[in-house]
Design a protein around this ligand. Structure first.
Ligand code: GLU
Length: 280
């Protein structure tokens, strides 16, 4: 089968130079395999996402010379797939996970979590095992409560990272705890929606920023719950905040929108950050 990759921006703000590097690498990797690229707007978080950012993200991708060859037909052009249209599908998958006893409704609030105390792993709160299954019964409206994935403690999750070119391993219960798959404010979590979409869209390779390495381990658990084919994963270096800030001060704002409108040389800026390889 032809390789299939995706560009998956979250329209909660303007894209910046770091996104440019990742998306150029996504395109480069799929073109090397003569594969198909799709664009998916990751707007599950309707509170943070805005149409103006959808529009400016699409404009920025085009200005970077990135193209995609599948999606809703816009009369000669392809539009993006949009996650906010898939809520019913995400709910269906959560109910299947519930039938497998892999997810549970979780009434624990952030405040209760703080009061109970928690360990940190990789800078994130580890959901305490003692607070698992603290919900006696599923509320009448099951979508008005958080749902968490019950991670199999001690299970090691490994994958070969095609960008870092090494095997990566995380351990459930140590590196990450029970994670949210549905949010009580009425939306699927990132981890859930991204796996469902990558599966539904038959994505064969996921190339994204290194900040999502740990998420990949969580996502593998969802793939393995259903025995779904797993894509190849690759995580590329991201611009650290410090570098971005430095760049912002010395060369103007790092949002792509302003870089383009000020006529700055974004290719040179990428090279200056040591990310010139994505331009080869
Ligand atoms: N939408 C995510 C982001 O903008 C990327 C998710 C992914 O590539 O899996 O950070």
């Amino acid at each position: 089968m032809k390789a299939r990759g995706r560009l998956a921006p979250t329209p909660s703000g303007e894209l910046h130079l770091g996104h440019a590097a990742s998306f150029l690498r996504v395109q480069q990797s799929i073109r090397e395999k003569n594969g198909t690229l799709i664009l998916r707007i990751e707007d599950v978080d309707r509170l943070r996402c805005k149409q103006e950012f959808v529009d400016s993200s699409i404009e920025a991708l085009k200005a970077l010379g990135i193209t995609w060859e599948e999606g809703p037909d816009l009369g000669g052009d392809f539009g993006p797939y949009v996650q906010s249209e898939k809520t019913a599908r995400y709910k269906e998958i959560i109910l299947k996970l519930r039938d497998l006893n892999l997810v549970y409704p979780c009434p624990v609030s952030r405040r209760q979590l703080r009061e109970h105390g928690f360990d940190l792993a990789h800078g994130e709160a580890l959901f305490p095992k003692e607070l698992r299954d603290s919900c006696d019964q599923i509320p009448e409206d099951p979508w008005s409560i958080n749902w968490r994935f019950r991670v199999p403690d001690g299970l090691k999750l490994s994958f070969y990272d095609q960008e870092l070119q090494k095997e990566i391993t995380f351990e459930a219960g140590i590196d990450f705890g029970d994670f949210i798959v549905w949010r009580r404010d009425g939306m699927a979590s990132y981890e859930l929606s991204v796996v469902v979409d990558d599966h539904d869209m038959k994505i064969s390779e996921v190339v994204r920023g290194e900040d999502l390495l740990l998420s990949t381990a969580r996502q593998l658990l969802i793939y393995r719950s259903f025995g779904w084919d797993e894509p190849q994963f690759g995580h590329c270096p991201i611009l650290k905040d410090g570098e971005g800030e430095k760049l912002a001060k010395t060369r103007g704002s790092r949002s792509l929108k302003s870089i383009f409108s000020e006529g700055r040389d974004w290719r040179q800026m990428l090279k200056d950050c040591g990310l010139g390889k994505v331009l080869d």
